[in-house]
Design a protein around this ligand. Structure first.
Ligand code: EPZ
Length: 518
């Protein structure tokens, strides 16, 4: 029997599409040539290669593939003519997700550790002598980048599963790798611990999701209030303690309750001399998690969760063992995945208070939500869900990191819904992709009007592209509810913040398949 070019390795099978190798996820629902996954027509001649059309039941022509007839090792070049070389990878080797929509979700989904908490707590290990052991750290490209940033300073890092051990005793540089800092926003947070510990720091301006200007002016003014001289030179923040020794505690009011600025100034103040009072600070649960880690490492921090935090400086903290909080944005994303597919699922560990703004809206829409200990159950069996309005705000307001996913849900609800994005000035790029799936959305600045689907109408699958993390996952949610197949490109954005997303979705019965170009 001639089969499609399958080169089996212990963990995956490959297919060549458009002359590039694609790893087909064998655990995907019926990914075999006989299933509705990938199909090869017609059979080839042994020992050679030929161009074949490849498609799925719903999309007969996915592309033309160079089919290697079974029995040849990939890339060996053996058989007809040794001039064969694996063709260059396509311009966009980013992995993609193929979603067959319409499946109801059911069952239980385990929630991973918090990405945003991991980034700040990893930065805080620079404040500690000896080893810090962090558990429940999500295995994501962002957390690995953060570890590399610490490594570029000289810290020793050991990953094992979701545990990370960091020892920063040998840190000998105050300038982390600029390219790495340019990849993630959290990379910039190290400016606080470095300045607090060494009295100087040179840190590139950060990267991260392109959802707004995202300046660091509040960080800079805050560090100056702690006795630092801070300048921006050639895209780097260059800072040193004015007294030539170290930071000194002081008072600072943040113009805006910025999450990152609050976390960075809190870490710097832990190593400053004397008392620091920060006001109009952010109150997100991730701030609370960072403060708990710092206090377990010997810091004295008061008032976390209110809009004023008081920190009593200390010259060095000690290593400790700390378990990170669950990811409340991942939790919200799965809750919305169940709502958009009109399904019932349970999730844990969940702290419902952290998501009360979302839960209140979904109860209004017609979902049923109960929780017991750290397990939350959502049931949204009703086809007709009522639309609602949201305005994103700093915590405890509606989280901006759930705005795109909520917009995807609202595009399937009844009536007109209004979404106002007040935290970031450019967080609507997912709208045009949702519209490709059939959503009816009108954007005016940072406000979107979402016209729910007419009775019986559904979103319908097509090719869409993720431009950032949360916008990207909103397309996955829309794809789960859409008719037919949705191809979500730009998966590397989503990989930054969701651990094993497609595995968890499949656990719940979704029909998703990851195509990786290798
Ligand atoms: C954190 O970003 C999160 N990232 C973001 O999550 C989240 O969206 C955001 O907080 C708000 O909740 C991490 O924790 C790594 P901000 P951060 O400083 O700290 C302005 C995700 O998807 N601002 O609270 O960068 C800023 O431009 C990511 O996981 C200044 O003007 O957010 C923005 O409009 C995306 N000057 C607003 O404040 C400053 O110096 C809120 O930003 C700092 C911020």
């Amino acid at each position: 029997m001639i089969r499609a070019t399958r080169v089996r390795t212990p963990v995956a099978a490959f297919l060549v599409i458009n002359s590039s190798k694609i790893r087909v996820d064998p655990t995907g629902p019926r990914a075999g040539p006989s299933g509705p996954g990938l199909r090869v027509h017609p059979p080839g001649r042994p020992g050679g290669s030929r161009v074949q059309e490849v498609g799925t039941r719903n999309r007969p022509i996915l592309g033309r593939v160079r089919v290697r007839v079974h029995g040849q090792r990939a890339g060996s070049g053996a058989g007809r003519g040794s001039q064969w070389k694996p063709p260059p990878l396509p311009a966009d080797p980013d992995p993609k997700l193929m979603i067959t929509g319409g499946a109801k979700l059911s069952g239980h989904v385990p929630i991973s550790g918090s990405k945003n908490s991991a980034l700040s707590v990893l930065a805080a290990t620079l404040c500690c002598s000896g080893s810090s052991k962090l558990t429940n750290v999500p295995n994501l490209s962002d957390t690995r980048t953060m570890a590399s940033i610490l490594g570029s300073l000289g810290a020793q890092i050991e990953f094992s599963g979701n545990d990370v051990i960091v020892n920063s005793d040998r840190v000998g540089s105050v300038e982390p790798d600029a390219a790495l800092v340019g990849d993630i926003r959290g990379g910039f947070f190290v400016v606080g611990p470095l300045l607090g510990r060494f009295g100087e720091a040179v840190v590139a301006l950060p990267g991260g999701c392109d959802i707004g200007a995202r300046p660091v002016d509040i960080y800079i003014r805050g560090l100056r209030a702690l006795g630092a001289v801070v300048e921006v030179r050639e895209n780097k923040v260059v800072a040193h303690a004015a007294n030539g020794k170290g930071l000194v505690g002081g008072k600072f009011r943040l113009d805006y309750p910025s999450v990152g600025a609050t976390e960075t100034l809190m870490m710097a103040a832990c190593l400053a001399e004397g008392k620091t009072l920060l006001s109009n600070v952010a109150r997100e649960p991730e701030i609370y998690d960072l403060a708990c880690f710092l206090m377990k490492s010997g810091a004295q921090v008061e008032g976390v969760g209110s809009d004023k935090i008081c920190i009593y400086g200390n010259n060095r903290l000690h290593g400790t063992e700390y378990g990170l909080m669950p990811d409340r944005i991942e939790t919200g994303t799965f809750i919305l995945a169940a709502a958009i597919t009109r399904s019932s699922i349970s999730l844990s560990p969940v702290f419902p208070n952290w998501l009360s703004s979302l839960i209140d809206k979904l109860l209004y829409a017609g979902c049923k939500i109960t929780h017991n200990h750290d397990t939350l159950e959502l049931s949204s069996s009703k086809e007709e869900l009522r639309g609602f309005d949201i305005r994103t705000l700093p915590y405890p307001g509606f989280p901006t990191d759930l705005q795109p996913q909520t917009m995807a849900l609202l595009s399937t609800c009844n009536g007109l819904s209004i979404v106002q994005e007040s935290v970031f000035e450019n967080r609507m790029t997912h709208v045009k992709e949702l519209e490709k799936l059939g959503a009816k959305i009108q954007v005016c600045g940072s406000t979107a009007l979402i016209y729910g689907l007419e009775k019986g109408n559904k979103l319908s699958g097509t090719r869409v592209v993720a431009a950032d993390l949360r916008g990207g996952v909103s397309l996955v949610l829309a794809g789960l509810a859409a008719e037919g197949i949705t191809e979500v490109n730009g998966l590397s954005h989503i990989d930054r913040g969701y651990e094993n997303l497609e595995t968890k979705l499949r656990l719940l019965g979704a029909r998703v398949e990851r195509l990786d170009f290798v």
